[in-house]
Design a binder for this molecule. Sequence first.
Ligand code: ZN
Length: 157
Amino acid sequence: MTVTPRRTSGSTAMDDYLEQILHLIEAKGYARAVDISKNLHISQASVTNMLRRLDTEGLVIHEKYRGITLTEEGRRIASAIIERHETLTRFLRLFGIHEETIYHDVEGMEHHISRPTLNVIRAVADALEADPTLLEKIRKNSLQTRPILRSKNLPMA
Ligand code: ZN
């Protein structure tokens, strides 16, 4: 029987936790609830609840005094999320968008983007990196203010 691996945990919040836990493990060798709480700006009580949920889902192992580790499935999902994050960041950086805006947009986009669309974005990023002239043209065009198109049938925003 073929089991289709889950692309994400199925929950934006759980994805954010898995992403954060893997970042912490890679940076510090371990993840603690207090660091997750600080990095995600979420109360420690909420973090504890979510860790319990992730444990129940088989995505993390949370031992009270030993910290948090990812199961194989948890690590696979976290890696996929981080890979999407990095691809989308690389793409948006090509256009000189402000880092804070990029981070904000990527955090929203990464949970919803499908594998085929991500592959297209990666291919476009590769092509633009290889074609500085085209990239420069796109950057210039995107900086121009465009006239706002109004239709009589649409209410004024
Ligand atoms: Zn992210």
